[in-house]
Ligand binder design. Structure first.
Ligand SMILES: *[C@@H]1O[C@H](CO)[C@@H](O)[C@H](O)[C@H]1NC(C)=O
Ligand SMILES: *[C@@H]1O[C@H](CO)[C@@H](O)[C@H](O)[C@H]1NC(C)=O
Ligand SMILES: *[C@@H]1O[C@H](CO)[C@@H](O)[C@H](O)[C@H]1NC(C)=O
Length: 701
């Protein structure tokens, strides 16, 4: 072990580089450097400058960063690398080997560093798109001039695994210690380990081979270092089969496998508060003392919004280690710049709000009900579909926005150091995947309503008089007191493939569904909002009361149909969609040649909490609305998926055989529900893994 560690951790030129340095280390990582130099120049800058927008206060809009900071500085990539190397001076990661187990040693962030960055971030891929292109795209739903072929690329998507080795002796000891102290009981299967991670990564290598510049991030648990007086030193768990040098230095053969970066739970925790609240280091110290150590995957997931944008791409696919990609999938199965992230949900399994905390806290249901309740309060009450338990596409800047919008609830989540353990009213765990996904959908709906009511009809005057209300009603297609529309003729679905091909992207549909995993886009936000979460309303029926006749502030009407009269809001969107064949032009204010270009003093989002009084409007209403609709664009999609719960040895064998026979399954999830015979079932599973994915990763020992 000692020799191996020497080999593994041999410092470069005397100084052990941090893994962030290593991304830019010119000696070891020529290949990676090329990638960095060519594509991530702006990211190199971010590590030093973080040029995100101006400070956000809750009731005002948040601004766009200076245009100059937005632009990639393509001219001088070499100089950046030098700059980055000179300026980053982080403590080098130190390995530790305890009783033959390798750990990744690091220092916990200070209380100051634990305060969340409060600045809302733009989505990087949108910055290189001109306002003219975005306007054309959002208003017509067609990718044509002035959007040129070269303006978008296949999405850069990183994989993020949240992993813990429940059999690790130090982790086990820490867990038992806290269980004793709190007298809490957990299900041990939650921590059982069948070496799934290794095979999930082998499967991912094969399935994502065509993804450009993808990086894999392993977010693993950590424990206090036992042999040190320094209480800030932590030991991050490491999959024992992983060559950590390969992971640290981030330069395996990029042809065959993306770099793997290790991050640990404690490094990720960031304190958020109510929008607008000021928090200080004292708050952070207090918070940390209540939440660490954490043995709760909900708590760790609630911190994924704080993945460092300097090293993690804007789009991630979050995996549990029991989830596997069975067939190659193009990036468009998870994300495209045109249509946004692809969410997979089950419209037949609906989650309603529940703030009672009575639901099962050991599983997912308490957190789901609580998250649905928070969404209801902010966006109006309705039931929302459950997210399939499998590979999930997520946007890190948008998750970060969610974590600020619901800051106090995200901060309360890790108070449950075990899943469901902190059963205090209003301090239940949020379900990060559920709330983040539905937040995007709701913010898109909000953007549509804001654009039509506040920007288009309210305009700079901000009021809707009787005459305008009459015209609004007519625009919806109203006739007298009622409106009735049948069978929309939208082109959106027929256009998906053509648009993606025009943009130079591989469509999600498989030509041969045994060679590539097939993905169907079943709903695209270019069609507005679907109250059923999978299709256009077959007909729209509404009454004049929805719009009303008496004069009203546009902002008040917007808030009314957004949250209290959601049916009216849904009908407005559906009616406008029915009246056009493609695009969202009808929602947008008219273009005006005098409108100024968007600049740093313009907002990038609507306020996180909607104030009772209208905030000042951005100067260019149309360009702002277009960027807003683009920011929250999304797809609801499906791929052939197998979900198996391991219950017995025989049943596990049967399900694995049928998985092999299903040649079109793209995604697989294997849940451990074993009550007995876990060892035999594990042997069956491992044999199957080995035969399905025999080829080692280049970082595997
Ligand atoms: C990604 O990597 C490829 C080489 O694999 C490189 O040509 C390209 O410039 C990189 N950047 C982007 C944004 O794709
Ligand atoms: C993926 O696996 C299949 C079957 O094992 C193999 O034929 C194919 O070459 C692999 N593709 C990549 C990119 O490794
Ligand atoms: C998990 O921990 C056990 C006990 O230390 C060890 O034998 C096993 O190799 C570990 N698994 C991984 C994937 O690191």
């Amino acid at each position: 072990m000692a020799t191996r560690s020497l080999y593994l951790y041999k410092p470069l030129g005397g100084k052990q580089p941090s893994w962030r340095d290593l991304l830019y280390n010119p000696i070891r990582c020529t290949a990676i450097l090329l990638i960095v130099a060519l594509s991530l120049t702006s990211i190199g800058f971010l590590t030093i400058q973080r040029p995100w927008g101006s400070e956000l206060s809750p009731n005002t809009f948040s601004s766009v960063p200076e245009q100059s900071e937005l632009e990639f500085d393509v001219e001088q990539p070499e100089e950046h690398e030098v700059e980055v190397e000179a300026e980053i001076d982080e403590p080098a990661p130190e390995p530790d080997i305890i009783d033959g187990t390798v750990y990744h040693s690091f220092f916990a962030p200070s209380a100051d560093e634990t305060l969340a960055d409060q600045t809302v971030r733009p989505i990087r891929a949108h910055r290189s798109l001109s306002d003219e292109c975005l306007d054309k795209w959002v208003s017509t739903g067609r990718w044509q001039d002035p959007c040129r072929h070269s303006m978008v690329h296949e999405s850069q998507i990183d994989l993020v695994y949240v992993w813990v080795n429940g059999s690790d002796p130090l982790h086990q000891k820490a867990r038992q210690g806290l269980l004793m102290a709190t007298k809490y009981k957990t299900k041990e299967a939650r921590f059982r380990e069948h070496d799934e991670l290794r095979y999930s990564l082998r499967a991912a290598r094969n399935a994502t081979a065509t993804w450009p510049n993808s990086t894999w991030h392993l977010v693993t648990a950590d424990v206090a270092a036992p042999t040190t007086s320094d209480s800030d030193r932590r030991l991050g768990l490491v999959p024992q089969w992983l060559d950590i040098e390969c992971a640290f230095y981030g330069c395996p053969d990029p042809e065959t496998q993306p770099p793997i970066r290790l991050q640990h739970d404690t490094q990720l925790f960031r304190l958020t508060g109510r929008p607008g609240a000021t928090l200080d280091a004292g708050d952070a110290t207090d918070w940390l003392s209540k939440i660490l150590p954490s043995f709760n995957s909900h708590a760790v997931e609630s911190q994924l919004p704080h993945l460092d944008p300097a090293i993690v791409s804007d789009t991630i696919v979050a995996f549990n280690d029991d989830q596997f990609m069975l067939l190659p999938l193009p990036p468009s199965a998870f994300h495209t710049t045109l249509y946004g992230p692809v969410f997979r949900m089950d419209p037949n399994l609906l989650v309603g709000g529940d703030s009672s905390g009575k639901a099962d806290g050991g599983g997912e249901w308490r957190s789901l009900g609580w998250s649905a309740h928070l969404l209801n309060q902010r966006f109006g009450t309705r039931k929302r579909p459950y997210m399939h338990h499998n590979a999930r596409a997520l946007s890190v800047p948008l998750m970060h926005e969610v974590s600020l919008a619901f800051g106090e609830y995200f901060a309360a989540t890790p108070l449950s150091q075990f899943r469901g353990s902190h059963k205090v009213a209003n301090e239940y765990e949020v379900n990060t995947i559920f709330i983040s996904t539905h937040y995007v959908i709701e913010r898109h709906r909000e953007a549509l309503l804001w654009s039509w009511i506040v920007a288009k009809w309210g305009g700079h005057a901000g009021t809707l008089d009787r005459d305008q209300k009459k015209k609004m009603w007519e625009e919806l297609g109203g006739n007298g007191d009622t409106l009735r529309l049948e069978q929309a003729e939208r082109r959106t679905f027929e256009d998906v493939e053509v648009n993606l091909l025009m943009a130079g992207l591989q469509p999600p549909r498989a030509v041969d569904s045994q060679k590539q995993g097939d993905t169907t886009y079943s709903w695209v936000s270019m069609d507005g909002y679907s109250a059923s979460f999978h299709s256009l309303a077959k007909r729209v029926e509404m009454r004049r009361d929805c719009i009303g006749e008496s004069p009203e502030q546009a902002w008040d009407m917007f808030r009314r149909v957004l949250t209290s009269d959601t049916g009216c809001g849904d009908n407005i969107i559906a009616a406008l969609i029915h009246n056009d064949q493609a695009g969202l032009d009808v929602f947008l204010p008219a273009p005006s040649p005098e409108s100024p270009r968007l600049s740093s003093s313009d907002p990038i989002i609507l306020p996180l909490e909607l104030p009772a009084d209208a905030p000042p409007l951005p100067r260019n209403l149309r360009a702002f609305a277009v960027r807003l609709l683009m920011r929250y664009a999304y797809v609801l999609g499906d791929s052939p998926t197998i979900f198996m719960g391991m219950k017995s040895v025989r049943q596990t064998e049967r399900m694995l055989t049928s998985t092999d026979q299903n040649k079109e399954a793209a995604l697989l999830c294997i849940n451990d529900d074993l009550e007995y015979n876990a060892k035999q079932a594990e042997a069956v599973l491992k044999k199957w893994f080995q035969q399905r994915w025999p080829q080692k990763l280049s970082c595997e020992l």
